[in-house]
Design a protein around this ligand. Structure first.
Ligand code: AMP
Ligand code: MG
Length: 507
């Protein structure tokens, strides 16, 4: 590791490194294995600001060296975390940070000034082999790094809980996957990298003292409000059940398929975590499986809510040495109601509805059925629906000029007519006019979605050292609800080759 001289403020990050307060066998301290000839592909200005680094030059060499594992500011103490987890329903004791290192836990400069105690984990993904690498090479490739970088920005822009990404850097080293690819690195930024699998590790090895340490650390650091509860561990579990249920509702409402919902990929904070072969729905298919190694469809789009529940059950089991099982089960039982209430709230907003009415569940269910029946593009439909003219004459006439564009999305137009009549009747119960409804709907139904074909085009251009599409996507995904007329092409529907893409996990 070359030691560059820092002249631009990165050393001003204040390290807290609270994870190192845990016993040494919870992790493996080690230096990153940097990549050669690094080039900055993209830097996220919002994450720079979050860390208080907005004054650091975009072309800062120190920043580039930090983001490529070649330079560590003073106070950084990199480590690989040990965790385990259930992969595709089977417990795997051999997991852990196999190719990423927690570089440091820092306070953003703004936090230091305001005495805010939030710290940010800086996690370098692709930083070389660790004791938990198994057969892996410890590397990440440009393709998967760009995908994680773009998608965490997309989720953030959509207002969905997620880890964030500061940077993508590409190097000259070749990495072998299904073919030779370029080595790359992402600096992931999150309040925590604690996964469900951290707790499973100590439960399955029956190291109960360590399990208790892990719990106490997590509560103190990330759930301080639960410390005053009657049963703090239960209050913590309740919180994880709630945030996970709400996250599942967000994914379903926006049409996001994670692809690898193993318990080692579940954040204790209920954030979207470990982006792999994810996809956003194009032509709506409830059974969409985007991960080509998911032969049984375990992580299909419509399975996600129940997998969220299954994963929470796995987490709950790990907590049983310290908690009343009946109380755990009671808490887990609240999952369905929390999920459904959140999903209804989000779907009502997508339909522009402000009132709560009994038949809303039915209206939503019927809509999803006809969207699936006609393979309608999910995001495009909801954006168009903002233009729905609710005046009775128009809805009742198949020729209604204003609604034709929406109706034309359907192969089965009569199915749409039936639903449109239902929707029109429902809108009567609302007090707002079509114009106001459209404004609301456009703030919740994105115009820009990180469709897999767009990510793929950005990756192919970046492989040829053209990073313009990555950066254009970053600009629209940061605010996907705005029109961005100069980037209209990025709202286009996928070409034939880009539909229902199935992606490889080998990232
Ligand atoms: P993932 O499917 O990306 O969540 O990874 C599952 C496990 O495999 C984690 O323990 C990762 O750290 C590890 N892993 C994934 N890719 C690599 C790699 N290229 N080298 C070493 N370990 C890896
Ligand atoms: Mg993972």
């Amino acid at each position: 590791m070359s030691k560059a001289i820092n002249q631009d403020g990165i050393d001003a990050l204040v390290c807290d490194n609270h994870y190192t307060s845990l016993p040494a066998h919870f992790y493996n301290k080690q230096m990153p294995d940097g990549i050669s000839d690094p080039k900055m592909v993209s830097l996220n200005p919002q994450v720079m600001a979050l860390l208080g680094l907005e004054d650091v030059a975009v072309d800062s060499d120190t920043l580039l060296q930090l983001c490529s594992g070649n330079y560590l500011p003073s106070g950084f103490e990199p480590l690989a975390m040990k965790y385990t987890g259930h992969q595709f329903g089977h417990y795997n004791p051999d997991l852990g940070d196999g190719r990423g290192l927690l570089l440091a836990q820092v306070k953003g400069l703004a936090q230091v000034k305001t005495a805010d105690s939030t710290t940010w984990d800086l996690h370098l993904k692709g930083a070389g082999k660790t004791p938990y690498s198994r057969q892996g090479d410890g590397r990440a490739v440009l393709r998967s790094s760009i995908r994680e970088y773009l998608c965490s920005a997309a989720m953030q822009g959509l207002g969905i809980p997620t880890t964030q990404a500061l940077s993508v850097v590409v190097g000259s080293d070749a990495v072998m996957r299904e073919q030779v690819e370029q080595a790359a690195m992402v600096v992931r930024v999150a309040e925590s990298h604690v996964r469900f699998g951290h707790f499973e590790h100590f439960y399955y090895t029956q190291r109960l003292d360590d399990l208790k340490l892990m719990l106490d650390y997590t509560l103190t650091q990330h759930f301080p409000e639960t410390l005053d509860a009657e049963v703090p561990y239960l209050a913590f579990y309740k919180q994880v059940v709630t945030t996970t249920a709400e996250l599942m509702a967000h994914w379903q409402a926006v049409g996001f398929v994670h692809g690898v919902m193993n318990t080692d990929n579940m954040s204790i904070l209920g954030q979207t975590f470990d982006y792999g072969p994810f996809a956003f729905q194009d032509n709506f298919d409830p059974g969409y499986v985007c991960n080509h190694t998911d032969y049984s469809g375990r992580y299909a789009f419509n399975q996600q809510p129940q997998i969220g529940y299954w994963n929470l059950m796995a987490l709950g089991r790990s907590l049983t040495p310290f908690m009343d099982i009946a109380a755990l089960n009671e808490t887990l039982k609240t999952y369905d109601d929390i999920f459904l209430a959140k999903l209804r709230q989000l779907m009502r907003a997508k339909l522009g509805l402000q009132q709560v009415q009994d038949g809303d569940g039915e209206l939503i269910k019927n809509l999803l059925e006809i969207l699936a029946g006609s393979s309608v593009d999910y995001s495009h439909f909801f954006r168009l629906l903002g233009d729905f003219d609710s005046s009775e004459a128009v809805v009742n006439s198949a020729e209604g000029a204003v609604n034709t564009a929406i109706r034309d999305q359907f192969i089965d137009r009569e199915a749409f007519d039936g639903w449109a009549a239902q929707y029109q009747q429902r809108l009567v119960l609302e007090s707002s006019a079509d114009e106001a409804r459209k404004i609301r709907m456009n703030q919740t139904n994105p115009k820009y979605i990180l469709r897999n074909y767009l990510a793929q085009q950005a990756i192919e251009q970046a492989a040829n050292y053209d990073y313009s599409l990555v950066n254009e996507l970053m600009a629209v995904l940061a605010d996907p609800f705005a029109e961005h007329s100069e980037f209209e092409k990025l709202a286009a529907l996928p070409p034939e080759w880009g539909r229902k893409m199935v992606l490889s996990c080998s990232s």
